[in-house]
Design a protein around this ligand. Sequence first.
Ligand code: DON
Length: 316
Amino acid sequence: AETEAERRRPTIRAAELRRLLEDLIDEIRAADDWGVPAQYIPELAAVDPAQVGAAVILADGTEIVAGDADRPFSIQSVSKVFSLAAVLGRIGDDLWRRVGREPSGTRFDSIFLLEREGGRPRNPFINAGALVTTDALLSGREPQQALSELMGLIRWIADDDEIHIDGAVANSEKATGHRNLSLIHYLASCDNLQNPPELLFGTYVHQCAIEMSCRQLARAGRGLAGLPRAPRMVSPIRARRINALMMTCGHYDGSGEFAYRVGLPGKSGVGGGILAIAPGIASIALWSPGLDEYGNSRWGTWLADRIAQAAGWSAF
Ligand code: DON
């Protein structure tokens, strides 16, 4: 009988995978139908939509990249995976007193469940829950300190010091972020905030403005993929739980569809990035700025779907 290790062995060779990524990206470029980047953050609205990149890191460390895989983009909500890992490291399961672990079935920036459920956000990936998580990361410190901790974790796991925060994107979101500010104040009114609203808001928009390329993001994802030679960002059981949350909540009200089509844990951001994890097999980062109706990368989702099917990768 097939062992678990055999079942999980990559079913595709590196050379084949390289050709696949190149072919898929050629197909996207030929279609020349890029969709529209996020409009509510002016700096993101100005990004050229005609860009697409993919990076995959396999268990033996092989890196396969295609398209605009080395161009940095705004990781936005993909950062929520790393802030969650950092906070679980700091305070452990105490976080779950303040935020739940259920999919929301609502838009990423929705406020209405927050009122219905007494100020405890459904999960750490919708904005309300990510704000609570970043509040726990801040935990009375200066924003600079909390952000350096987060950047230190990401740079270490990606093995790359050239990962930075784009101040223009942060300021652009700050200037137009009324929705997030209202979530923050609502959380405060429910006693689920520990830091001054302005400090949390500033920290959160800077966290979302981290810039990474697909290659850097795929390297950072190794910390959750349980690849044999990769550094570990969190313990295996914690990685498993973060992956479970990515599968159920990582794409907001598009999470069920992503799980159905791709079958892998994934986390999206409105910058058009997606980090997907094939446990024990690969870390995958995809990017194209045009979004679907849920605020997830349209071509990024398509790529994840096609790669998972062609390679035979699935969490199931
Ligand atoms: O808080 C916001 O609205 C953005 N900084 C991040 C949202 C986001 O990336 C949602 N993802 N698809």
